[in-house]
Design a protein around this ligand. Structure first.
Ligand code: ZN
Length: 111
């Protein structure tokens, strides 16, 4: 297993997430500034957009934590080991999602 490849993929994703979080935060901040100056319908619109931005932020932050946890495992030499049974996580699972935490069997048990 090429750990450096996964490390590179995780670092790239970490940068992309940081940028996306930055944009989503600016989007919801803009909505707040506009709220006093817009009419009722636009305000409802703005609130809906803010809710969307907040939902997006929550998902991005969850993903950020997963990616950071995976990078921690890379650095501590436990990357690719299942967090439940400590067996190997299947390479195809890591290819599909480099932040995978569980092997196929343990992931299935948790669903
Ligand atoms: Zn497992």
């Amino acid at each position: 297993m090429n750990i450096e490849l996964f490390r590179a993929r995780l670092l790239t994703e970490q940068n992309q997430i940081a940028e996306a979080i930055d944009q989503a935060q600016r989007a919801s901040a803009t909505v707040e500034l506009d709220q006093s100056s817009v009419g009722r319908v636009s305000r409802i619109d703005a609130l809906q957009q803010q809710a969307l931005a907040q939902g997006l932020l929550m998902r991005l932050n969850n993903r950020k934590r997963k990616v950071e946890a995976a990078l921690t495992r890379v650095n501590s030499g436990t990357y690719g080991l299942c967090c439940a049974c400590e067996g190997d996580v299947e390479p195809e699972r890591l290819n599909a999602d480099p932040a995978s935490v569980f092997c196929q069997m343990c992931a299935a048990e948790r669903q």
